[in-house]
Design a protein around this ligand. Structure first.
Ligand code: NAP
Length: 283
């Protein structure tokens, strides 16, 4: 009998630390399964998704750049993934159908709460970015009853589209606005916020920042989803702000995916330790 498999689908995936987390968890629980990197270009995505229907597949993670395009290739979405319009986890159901879910959303909230002691209820939030990770954060934060949400994105139309979707999903009446990075209202929006979340990919590859450091108020929490030290976090610390990197989010979204595939409680501490070890080796 073939070993059970899960993997991460993206382009590129060679840098992904996810195999370390999941394989440590499989080993810790004595589950006969392996997690692999599945490099997949856009043209190859339909065939890759179809391959997940095989009985030995547990499921997959989906990462950049496929989190939104994969939606139309799946058989069903759970309600949260349908609302967000982005999938980071695919679960192979017992009958071979593929369900999309989004564990970035709950991982965002859990990380703010558990790693920074930040309760989003009633708070003012700025999200930088409007793609898959930003969408997950925006819907999760609205569900957590933030008072105000500002989306700042290079492509303003995407930010406006995200806000329209968020508005349609919410029974509450939070203050919402979409801004381009060069909008004259940006400095005031940043100054008046409780948390700034970087959900752009800026800072991932190069020492660049999506936000001029001099705008960051000392009173804010700055959360960068990138799981390495970044220029944004460095400049936020220099401004006296509290900082949080993407470590907790990466491990928690992985743990939630693991639980969907195996039905077993994820060994969170084992996954954190595996992440720390892998990040130190990759540095
Ligand atoms: P994505 O689909 O590639 O979206 C990229 C976002 O960054 C878009 O909003 C894009 O704006 C913006 N952007 C890209 N280059 C830019 C530039 N030069 N200047 C200004 N804005 C730029 O990525 P994603 O999947 O949403 O992920 C976003 C980030 O979050 C990535 O760094 C990813 O690694 C991180 N992430 C971390 C976790 C975790 O567990 N820690 C989970 C999910 C994501 P446009 O709309 O204008 O293109």
């Amino acid at each position: 009998m073939s070993i059970a498999l899960a993997g991460v689908i993206g382009d590129p995936v060679s840098h992904s630390l996810s195999p370390f987390l999941h394989n440590a968890a499989f080993e810790h629980l004595g589950i006969a399964a392996r997690y692999e990197r599945w490099q997949t270009r856009s043209a190859e995505l339909p065939a890759r998704i179809d391959s997940l229907r095989a009985p030995h597949i547990l499921g997959a993670n989906v990462t950049l750049p496929h989190k939104i395009t994969v939606v139309s290739l799946l058989d069903r979405l759970d309600p949260q993934a349908a609302q967000i319009g982005a999938v980071n986890t695919i679960v192979r159901l017992p009958d071979g159908r593929l369900e999309g879910t989004n564990t970035d959303a709950p991982a965002t909230i859990a990380t703010l709460r558990e790693d920074a002691g930040f309760d989003p209820a009633g708070k003012r939030v700025v999200i930088l970015g409007a793609s898959g990770a930003a969408r997950a954060a925006a819907f999760a934060l609205i569900a957590a009853q933030v008072a105000a949400l500002t989306i700042i994105n290079r492509t303003l139309e995407r930010a406006e589209e995200l806000l329209a979707d968020v508005l349609a999903s919410s029974d509450d009446d939070p203050y919402l606005r979409a801004l381009a990075p060069d909008d004259p209202d940006v400095p005031e929006a940043i100054r008046a916020t409780d948390v700034i979340i970087n959900a752009t990919s800026v800072g991932w590859r190069a020492d660049e920042t999506p936000l001029p450091g001099h705008l960051i108020p000392a009173t804010a929490l700055v959360f960068d989803m990138v799981y390495r030290p970044t220029r944004l976090l460095r400049e936020a610390a220099q401004a006296g702000a509290a900082t949080l990197d993407g470590r907790g989010m990466l491990v928690r979204q992985a743990a939630l995916s693991f639980e969907r595939w195996t039905g077993a409680p994820a060994p969170l501490e084992v996954m954190f330790a595996a992440f720390d070890q892998a990040r130190a080796l990759a540095a």
